[in-house]
Design a protein around this ligand. Structure first.
Ligand SMILES: [Zn+2]
Length: 444
Protein backbone atom coordinates (compact mmCIF):
# COMPACT_ATOMS: atom_id res chain seq x y z
CA UNK A 1 0.00 0.00 0.00
CA UNK A 2 1.32 3.44 -0.99
CA UNK A 3 0.27 5.41 2.08
CA UNK A 4 0.64 9.14 2.72
CA UNK A 5 0.68 10.85 6.11
CA UNK A 6 -0.75 14.40 6.05
CA UNK A 7 1.57 15.33 8.91
CA UNK A 8 1.13 17.86 11.72
CA UNK A 9 -1.50 20.12 10.13
CA UNK A 10 -2.01 23.65 11.45
CA UNK A 11 -5.59 22.51 12.13
CA UNK A 12 -7.82 19.64 11.04
CA UNK A 13 -11.60 19.20 11.17
CA UNK A 14 -11.51 15.82 12.94
CA UNK A 15 -11.30 14.64 16.53
CA UNK A 16 -8.16 12.81 17.69
CA UNK A 17 -6.13 13.71 14.60
CA UNK A 18 -3.87 16.47 15.97
CA UNK A 19 -0.85 14.92 14.23
CA UNK A 20 -2.78 14.35 11.04
CA UNK A 21 -4.26 11.60 8.95
CA UNK A 22 -2.91 8.65 6.96
CA UNK A 23 -4.46 7.79 3.57
CA UNK A 24 -3.88 4.55 1.70
CA UNK A 25 -5.73 2.53 -0.97
CA UNK A 26 -8.04 5.52 -1.49
CA UNK A 27 -9.26 5.46 2.10
CA UNK A 28 -8.43 7.05 5.42
CA UNK A 29 -6.59 4.30 7.28
CA UNK A 30 -5.47 6.08 10.43
CA UNK A 31 -5.91 9.24 12.50
CA UNK A 32 -2.75 10.22 14.35
CA UNK A 33 -3.43 11.61 17.83
CA UNK A 34 -1.42 14.16 19.78
CA UNK A 35 2.01 12.77 20.73
CA UNK A 36 1.51 9.63 18.60
CA UNK A 37 3.25 8.22 15.54
CA UNK A 38 1.47 6.51 12.61
CA UNK A 39 1.36 2.72 12.82
CA UNK A 40 1.19 2.55 9.01
CA UNK A 41 4.38 2.91 7.00
CA UNK A 42 3.64 6.14 5.13
CA UNK A 43 5.44 8.93 3.25
CA UNK A 44 4.98 12.23 5.07
CA UNK A 45 3.44 15.34 3.53
CA UNK A 46 4.39 18.25 5.80
CA UNK A 47 1.10 20.09 6.43
CA UNK A 48 2.20 22.65 9.03
CA UNK A 49 0.93 25.48 6.81
CA UNK A 50 -2.39 23.78 6.02
CA UNK A 51 -5.87 23.66 7.48
CA UNK A 52 -7.36 20.27 6.58
CA UNK A 53 -11.08 19.77 5.90
CA UNK A 54 -13.05 16.82 4.58
CA UNK A 55 -13.39 17.39 0.83
CA UNK A 56 -16.35 19.67 0.12
CA UNK A 57 -19.37 18.15 -1.65
CA UNK A 58 -21.50 20.23 -4.02
CA UNK A 59 -25.09 18.99 -4.17
CA UNK A 60 -26.64 21.23 -6.82
CA UNK A 61 -25.33 22.82 -10.01
CA UNK A 62 -25.98 23.35 -13.71
CA UNK A 63 -22.51 23.33 -15.26
CA UNK A 64 -23.74 24.54 -18.68
CA UNK A 65 -24.74 27.84 -17.09
CA UNK A 66 -21.10 28.92 -16.72
CA UNK A 67 -21.59 30.11 -20.31
CA UNK A 68 -24.27 32.55 -19.17
CA UNK A 69 -22.92 34.32 -16.11
CA UNK A 70 -24.15 37.87 -15.62
CA UNK A 71 -26.05 37.92 -18.92
CA UNK A 72 -27.61 41.40 -19.30
CA UNK A 73 -31.05 40.07 -20.38
CA UNK A 74 -31.32 38.01 -17.18
CA UNK A 75 -30.14 40.59 -14.64
CA UNK A 76 -32.55 41.81 -11.97
CA UNK A 77 -35.19 39.15 -12.64
CA UNK A 78 -36.86 36.56 -10.44
CA UNK A 79 -36.79 32.87 -11.35
CA UNK A 80 -39.52 32.57 -14.00
CA UNK A 81 -38.65 35.65 -16.12
CA UNK A 82 -34.95 34.87 -15.53
CA UNK A 83 -35.44 31.38 -17.01
CA UNK A 84 -37.45 32.74 -19.95
CA UNK A 85 -34.61 35.13 -20.77
CA UNK A 86 -32.04 32.31 -20.73
CA UNK A 87 -33.79 29.31 -22.35
CA UNK A 88 -33.31 30.61 -25.94
CA UNK A 89 -29.61 31.23 -25.29
CA UNK A 90 -29.10 27.74 -23.83
CA UNK A 91 -30.92 26.25 -26.84
CA UNK A 92 -28.04 27.46 -29.06
CA UNK A 93 -25.26 25.60 -27.21
CA UNK A 94 -22.91 23.43 -29.25
CA UNK A 95 -21.19 20.24 -28.01
CA UNK A 96 -17.86 22.13 -27.90
CA UNK A 97 -19.35 24.93 -25.82
CA UNK A 98 -20.94 22.41 -23.45
CA UNK A 99 -17.64 20.61 -22.95
CA UNK A 100 -15.92 23.92 -22.12
CA UNK A 101 -18.73 24.91 -19.74
CA UNK A 102 -18.60 21.65 -17.85
CA UNK A 103 -14.82 21.67 -17.64
CA UNK A 104 -14.82 25.28 -16.40
CA UNK A 105 -17.42 24.55 -13.72
CA UNK A 106 -15.59 21.50 -12.43
CA UNK A 107 -12.19 23.22 -12.45
CA UNK A 108 -13.60 26.14 -10.48
CA UNK A 109 -15.19 23.77 -7.97
CA UNK A 110 -11.99 21.74 -7.54
CA UNK A 111 -9.88 24.83 -6.95
CA UNK A 112 -12.33 25.84 -4.19
CA UNK A 113 -11.83 22.57 -2.29
CA UNK A 114 -14.54 20.42 -3.86
CA UNK A 115 -13.93 16.67 -4.08
CA UNK A 116 -17.41 15.49 -5.09
CA UNK A 117 -19.95 17.33 -7.18
CA UNK A 118 -23.36 16.74 -8.60
CA UNK A 119 -24.60 18.34 -11.79
CA UNK A 120 -28.19 18.77 -12.91
CA UNK A 121 -28.01 18.83 -16.69
CA UNK A 122 -31.50 19.35 -18.07
CA UNK A 123 -31.11 21.14 -21.43
CA UNK A 124 -30.99 18.78 -24.41
CA UNK A 125 -31.55 20.83 -27.59
CA UNK A 126 -31.15 19.13 -30.98
CA UNK A 127 -27.52 18.14 -31.48
CA UNK A 128 -26.81 17.91 -27.75
CA UNK A 129 -28.54 14.62 -27.03
CA UNK A 130 -25.24 13.22 -25.72
CA UNK A 131 -24.73 15.89 -23.07
CA UNK A 132 -24.16 13.34 -20.30
CA UNK A 133 -21.47 11.55 -22.29
CA UNK A 134 -19.59 14.85 -22.72
CA UNK A 135 -19.94 15.46 -19.01
CA UNK A 136 -18.72 12.04 -17.87
CA UNK A 137 -15.62 12.40 -20.05
CA UNK A 138 -14.86 15.84 -18.58
CA UNK A 139 -15.23 14.60 -14.98
CA UNK A 140 -12.97 11.63 -15.68
CA UNK A 141 -10.32 13.86 -17.27
CA UNK A 142 -10.24 16.08 -14.17
CA UNK A 143 -10.42 13.30 -11.52
CA UNK A 144 -13.38 14.87 -9.71
CA UNK A 145 -15.86 12.50 -8.06
CA UNK A 146 -19.25 13.15 -9.64
CA UNK A 147 -22.91 12.26 -9.29
CA UNK A 148 -24.18 13.48 -12.64
CA UNK A 149 -27.89 13.68 -13.12
CA UNK A 150 -29.73 12.99 -16.35
CA UNK A 151 -32.08 15.94 -16.19
CA UNK A 152 -35.12 16.43 -18.37
CA UNK A 153 -37.86 18.81 -19.52
CA UNK A 154 -40.93 17.74 -21.53
CA UNK A 155 -43.58 20.31 -20.59
CA UNK A 156 -43.19 23.25 -22.96
CA UNK A 157 -45.12 26.50 -23.30
CA UNK A 158 -47.45 24.77 -25.75
CA UNK A 159 -48.66 22.45 -22.95
CA UNK A 160 -48.76 25.00 -20.15
CA UNK A 161 -45.10 24.71 -19.04
CA UNK A 162 -42.43 27.39 -18.86
CA UNK A 163 -39.70 26.39 -21.38
CA UNK A 164 -39.93 26.81 -25.18
CA UNK A 165 -40.20 23.79 -27.49
CA UNK A 166 -36.54 24.14 -28.51
CA UNK A 167 -35.20 22.80 -25.18
CA UNK A 168 -37.63 19.96 -24.36
CA UNK A 169 -37.61 16.28 -25.38
CA UNK A 170 -40.38 13.70 -25.44
CA UNK A 171 -40.88 11.25 -22.60
CA UNK A 172 -39.76 8.12 -24.47
CA UNK A 173 -36.50 9.71 -25.58
CA UNK A 174 -35.81 10.94 -22.03
CA UNK A 175 -36.47 7.58 -20.38
CA UNK A 176 -34.48 5.66 -22.99
CA UNK A 177 -31.47 7.95 -22.59
CA UNK A 178 -31.80 7.85 -18.78
CA UNK A 179 -31.53 4.06 -18.84
CA UNK A 180 -28.70 4.20 -21.37
CA UNK A 181 -26.50 6.50 -19.28
CA UNK A 182 -27.13 4.57 -16.05
CA UNK A 183 -26.28 1.26 -17.75
CA UNK A 184 -23.19 2.74 -19.33
CA UNK A 185 -21.71 4.95 -16.61
CA UNK A 186 -23.15 4.33 -13.13
CA UNK A 187 -20.53 2.83 -10.82
CA UNK A 188 -21.46 1.17 -7.54
CA UNK A 189 -19.54 0.78 -4.29
CA UNK A 190 -17.68 3.09 -1.95
CA UNK A 191 -14.88 3.95 -4.38
CA UNK A 192 -17.27 4.96 -7.20
CA UNK A 193 -16.04 8.01 -9.12
CA UNK A 194 -18.93 8.45 -11.59
CA UNK A 195 -22.54 7.88 -10.65
CA UNK A 196 -25.76 8.81 -12.42
CA UNK A 197 -29.06 10.00 -10.95
CA UNK A 198 -32.35 10.88 -12.66
CA UNK A 199 -33.56 14.45 -12.45
CA UNK A 200 -36.70 15.88 -14.09
CA UNK A 201 -36.14 19.63 -13.87
CA UNK A 202 -39.09 21.06 -11.90
CA UNK A 203 -42.89 20.88 -11.56
CA UNK A 204 -43.28 23.64 -14.14
CA UNK A 205 -41.21 22.01 -16.90
CA UNK A 206 -42.03 18.28 -16.63
CA UNK A 207 -45.27 16.29 -17.05
CA UNK A 208 -46.77 14.21 -14.25
CA UNK A 209 -46.33 11.12 -16.38
CA UNK A 210 -42.58 11.73 -16.71
CA UNK A 211 -42.26 12.34 -12.95
CA UNK A 212 -43.96 9.00 -12.23
CA UNK A 213 -42.10 7.02 -14.88
CA UNK A 214 -38.78 8.47 -13.73
CA UNK A 215 -39.47 7.34 -10.15
CA UNK A 216 -40.33 3.84 -11.37
CA UNK A 217 -37.18 3.71 -13.52
CA UNK A 218 -34.98 4.92 -10.65
CA UNK A 219 -36.40 2.13 -8.50
CA UNK A 220 -35.69 -0.46 -11.17
CA UNK A 221 -32.15 0.81 -11.78
CA UNK A 222 -31.46 1.53 -8.09
CA UNK A 223 -30.23 5.11 -8.57
CA UNK A 224 -30.92 8.43 -6.84
CA UNK A 225 -33.43 11.09 -7.89
CA UNK A 226 -33.21 14.86 -7.85
CA UNK A 227 -35.32 17.88 -8.77
CA UNK A 228 -35.94 21.52 -7.86
CA UNK A 229 -38.68 22.02 -5.29
CA UNK A 230 -40.15 24.73 -3.09
CA UNK A 231 -37.84 27.32 -4.64
CA UNK A 232 -40.22 30.26 -5.15
CA UNK A 233 -43.71 31.53 -4.42
CA UNK A 234 -44.30 31.48 -8.20
CA UNK A 235 -43.81 27.70 -8.10
CA UNK A 236 -46.38 27.40 -5.29
CA UNK A 237 -48.87 29.39 -7.38
CA UNK A 238 -48.10 27.30 -10.48
CA UNK A 239 -48.78 24.03 -8.60
CA UNK A 240 -51.94 25.40 -6.99
CA UNK A 241 -53.20 26.50 -10.38
CA UNK A 242 -52.29 23.44 -12.50
CA UNK A 243 -52.31 20.58 -9.96
CA UNK A 244 -54.59 22.05 -7.24
CA UNK A 245 -52.05 21.27 -4.50
CA UNK A 246 -48.76 22.41 -3.02
CA UNK A 247 -45.45 21.28 -4.58
CA UNK A 248 -44.75 18.67 -1.87
CA UNK A 249 -48.22 17.13 -2.27
CA UNK A 250 -47.58 16.97 -5.99
CA UNK A 251 -44.23 15.27 -5.37
CA UNK A 252 -45.86 12.68 -3.15
CA UNK A 253 -48.56 12.07 -5.72
CA UNK A 254 -45.81 11.36 -8.28
CA UNK A 255 -44.16 8.73 -6.04
CA UNK A 256 -41.24 10.96 -5.12
CA UNK A 257 -41.37 10.94 -1.31
CA UNK A 258 -38.51 8.46 -1.15
CA UNK A 259 -35.09 8.05 0.43
CA UNK A 260 -33.62 8.16 -3.08
CA UNK A 261 -34.50 11.84 -3.38
CA UNK A 262 -32.62 15.03 -2.63
CA UNK A 263 -34.22 18.36 -3.53
CA UNK A 264 -32.65 21.64 -4.55
CA UNK A 265 -33.63 24.74 -2.51
CA UNK A 266 -36.46 23.75 -0.13
CA UNK A 267 -37.12 27.42 0.64
CA UNK A 268 -40.89 27.39 0.93
CA UNK A 269 -41.78 24.28 2.94
CA UNK A 270 -44.42 24.76 5.63
CA UNK A 271 -43.90 23.44 9.17
CA UNK A 272 -46.18 20.40 8.71
CA UNK A 273 -44.34 19.47 5.50
CA UNK A 274 -40.94 19.14 7.20
CA UNK A 275 -41.59 15.90 9.16
CA UNK A 276 -42.99 14.38 5.97
CA UNK A 277 -39.67 15.03 4.24
CA UNK A 278 -37.74 13.61 7.20
CA UNK A 279 -39.89 10.49 7.45
CA UNK A 280 -39.37 9.74 3.77
CA UNK A 281 -35.59 10.32 4.04
CA UNK A 282 -35.62 13.21 1.56
CA UNK A 283 -32.68 15.61 1.98
CA UNK A 284 -32.28 19.23 0.89
CA UNK A 285 -29.57 21.04 -1.05
CA UNK A 286 -29.37 24.56 0.36
CA UNK A 287 -28.24 27.10 -2.28
CA UNK A 288 -27.80 30.41 -0.42
CA UNK A 289 -26.21 32.55 -3.16
CA UNK A 290 -28.72 31.58 -5.83
CA UNK A 291 -31.65 32.10 -3.48
CA UNK A 292 -30.39 35.58 -2.65
CA UNK A 293 -29.53 36.58 -6.23
CA UNK A 294 -32.98 35.58 -7.50
CA UNK A 295 -34.68 36.90 -4.33
CA UNK A 296 -36.30 33.48 -3.85
CA UNK A 297 -36.10 33.56 -0.04
CA UNK A 298 -33.97 31.57 2.43
CA UNK A 299 -34.05 27.87 3.27
CA UNK A 300 -35.31 27.29 6.86
CA UNK A 301 -32.32 25.09 7.72
CA UNK A 302 -32.75 25.00 11.50
CA UNK A 303 -36.42 23.99 11.37
CA UNK A 304 -35.66 21.36 8.71
CA UNK A 305 -32.77 19.90 10.72
CA UNK A 306 -34.88 19.93 13.89
CA UNK A 307 -37.48 17.89 11.97
CA UNK A 308 -34.75 15.40 10.99
CA UNK A 309 -34.00 16.48 7.42
CA UNK A 310 -30.37 16.37 6.24
CA UNK A 311 -29.11 19.67 4.78
CA UNK A 312 -26.37 19.79 2.14
CA UNK A 313 -24.90 22.72 0.29
CA UNK A 314 -25.02 23.60 -3.41
CA UNK A 315 -23.67 26.47 -5.47
CA UNK A 316 -26.54 26.09 -8.00
CA UNK A 317 -26.05 27.02 -11.65
CA UNK A 318 -23.59 29.66 -12.63
CA UNK A 319 -26.24 31.92 -14.08
CA UNK A 320 -27.84 32.52 -10.69
CA UNK A 321 -24.84 32.42 -8.32
CA UNK A 322 -22.88 33.30 -10.62
CA UNK A 323 -19.80 31.59 -9.18
CA UNK A 324 -18.99 27.90 -8.74
CA UNK A 325 -16.90 28.36 -5.60
CA UNK A 326 -18.00 25.95 -2.90
CA UNK A 327 -15.84 27.39 -0.13
CA UNK A 328 -17.36 30.80 -0.73
CA UNK A 329 -20.77 29.14 -0.61
CA UNK A 330 -19.96 27.89 2.91
CA UNK A 331 -19.39 31.49 3.96
CA UNK A 332 -22.56 32.65 2.18
CA UNK A 333 -24.60 29.96 3.95
CA UNK A 334 -23.11 30.91 7.30
CA UNK A 335 -23.78 34.63 6.81
CA UNK A 336 -27.32 34.19 5.50
CA UNK A 337 -28.38 31.75 8.20
CA UNK A 338 -26.54 33.49 11.05
CA UNK A 339 -28.48 36.61 10.17
CA UNK A 340 -31.71 34.64 10.25
CA UNK A 341 -31.17 32.55 13.38
CA UNK A 342 -28.72 34.47 15.57
CA UNK A 343 -25.49 33.51 17.33
CA UNK A 344 -26.84 30.75 19.57
CA UNK A 345 -28.44 28.53 16.96
CA UNK A 346 -25.64 28.03 14.47
CA UNK A 347 -21.94 28.56 13.94
CA UNK A 348 -19.39 28.37 11.13
CA UNK A 349 -19.06 24.67 11.97
CA UNK A 350 -22.67 24.08 10.93
CA UNK A 351 -22.00 25.61 7.53
CA UNK A 352 -18.92 23.39 7.14
CA UNK A 353 -20.99 20.38 8.24
CA UNK A 354 -23.63 21.11 5.57
CA UNK A 355 -20.92 21.19 2.87
CA UNK A 356 -19.42 17.88 4.03
CA UNK A 357 -21.43 15.37 6.07
CA UNK A 358 -24.80 16.91 5.19
CA UNK A 359 -23.96 16.94 1.50
CA UNK A 360 -22.80 13.31 1.74
CA UNK A 361 -26.31 12.41 2.87
CA UNK A 362 -27.77 14.26 -0.13
CA UNK A 363 -25.66 12.25 -2.57
CA UNK A 364 -26.29 9.00 -0.69
CA UNK A 365 -22.59 8.43 0.07
CA UNK A 366 -22.04 7.90 3.83
CA UNK A 367 -18.41 7.00 3.05
CA UNK A 368 -17.75 10.65 2.10
CA UNK A 369 -17.81 13.95 3.99
CA UNK A 370 -15.85 13.05 7.13
CA UNK A 371 -12.27 12.59 8.20
CA UNK A 372 -12.57 9.22 9.97
CA UNK A 373 -11.04 5.77 9.57
CA UNK A 374 -12.68 3.84 6.74
CA UNK A 375 -14.03 6.92 4.92
CA UNK A 376 -12.72 7.76 1.45
CA UNK A 377 -9.52 9.82 1.36
CA UNK A 378 -11.17 12.99 0.02
CA UNK A 379 -9.56 16.05 1.60
CA UNK A 380 -9.29 19.81 1.04
CA UNK A 381 -6.24 21.66 2.36
CA UNK A 382 -6.18 25.46 2.65
CA UNK A 383 -3.35 27.84 3.49
CA UNK A 384 -3.88 31.01 5.48
CA UNK A 385 -1.18 32.99 3.69
CA UNK A 386 -3.28 35.72 2.08
CA UNK A 387 -3.80 39.22 3.47
CA UNK A 388 -7.42 38.37 4.30
CA UNK A 389 -6.26 35.85 6.93
CA UNK A 390 -3.53 37.94 8.50
CA UNK A 391 -4.17 38.30 12.23
CA UNK A 392 -6.35 35.20 12.55
CA UNK A 393 -6.88 33.15 15.74
CA UNK A 394 -8.88 29.94 15.19
CA UNK A 395 -7.67 28.60 11.80
CA UNK A 396 -10.88 26.70 10.95
CA UNK A 397 -13.12 29.64 11.85
CA UNK A 398 -10.79 31.85 9.79
CA UNK A 399 -11.53 29.84 6.64
CA UNK A 400 -15.20 30.72 6.87
CA UNK A 401 -15.06 34.15 8.50
CA UNK A 402 -12.15 35.62 6.53
CA UNK A 403 -13.41 34.18 3.24
CA UNK A 404 -11.19 31.31 2.04
CA UNK A 405 -11.81 30.81 -1.66
CA UNK A 406 -8.95 28.75 -3.06
CA UNK A 407 -7.60 25.41 -1.85
CA UNK A 408 -3.87 24.81 -1.94
CA UNK A 409 -4.18 21.02 -2.14
CA UNK A 410 -7.12 18.72 -2.82
CA UNK A 411 -7.17 14.91 -2.62
CA UNK A 412 -9.78 12.59 -4.13
CA UNK A 413 -9.62 8.84 -3.44
CA UNK A 414 -6.07 9.34 -2.17
CA UNK A 415 -4.91 11.12 -5.36
CA UNK A 416 -3.91 14.80 -5.50
CA UNK A 417 -6.28 16.64 -7.85
CA UNK A 418 -5.07 20.12 -6.88
CA UNK A 419 -1.40 20.84 -6.14
CA UNK A 420 -0.08 24.25 -5.10
CA UNK A 421 -3.40 25.87 -5.98
CA UNK A 422 -3.50 24.44 -9.52
CA UNK A 423 -4.86 21.39 -11.33
CA UNK A 424 -1.85 19.37 -12.51
CA UNK A 425 -1.32 19.10 -16.30
CA UNK A 426 -4.22 21.42 -16.98
CA UNK A 427 -3.99 24.67 -18.99
CA UNK A 428 -6.42 26.93 -17.12
CA UNK A 429 -5.56 30.04 -19.15
CA UNK A 430 -6.31 28.22 -22.40
CA UNK A 431 -9.62 26.92 -21.01
CA UNK A 432 -10.67 30.42 -19.91
CA UNK A 433 -9.83 31.91 -23.31
CA UNK A 434 -11.88 29.29 -25.18
CA UNK A 435 -14.73 29.32 -22.64
CA UNK A 436 -15.12 33.11 -22.78
CA UNK A 437 -15.07 33.02 -26.59
CA UNK A 438 -17.77 30.32 -26.61
CA UNK A 439 -19.89 32.39 -24.22
CA UNK A 440 -19.56 35.50 -26.44
CA UNK A 441 -20.73 33.51 -29.47
CA UNK A 442 -23.67 32.14 -27.48
CA UNK A 443 -24.84 35.48 -26.11
CA UNK A 444 -24.96 36.79 -29.71
ZN1 LIG B 1 -30.92 24.78 -9.94
Amino acid sequence: MNAIWIKDPMAILADGAERGVVAGDGKIVELVAKGAQPKTNAAAFEAGAHVVLPGLINTHHHFFQTLTRAVPAALDRELFPWLKALYPIWARMTPEALDLAMTAAMAELMLSGCTTTTDHHYVFPAGLEHGLDIEVAAAQRLGLRALLTRGSMNLSERDGGLPPDSVVQDEDAILADSKRVVDRYHERGEAAMVQIALAPCSPFSVTTSLMRETAALADRLDVRMHTHLAETEDENRFCESLYKCRPLDYLEDCGWLSGRVWLAHGVHFSAPEMPRLAKAGVSISHCPCSNQALASGGCPVCELEAAGVHIGLGVDGSASNDASNLMQEVRAAFMLQRGRYGVNKLSHKDALRWATKGSAACVGRPELGEIAVGKRADLALFKLDELRFSGHGDPIAALVLCGAHRADRVMVNGNWTVVDGAIPDFDLADLMRRHQAAARRLHG
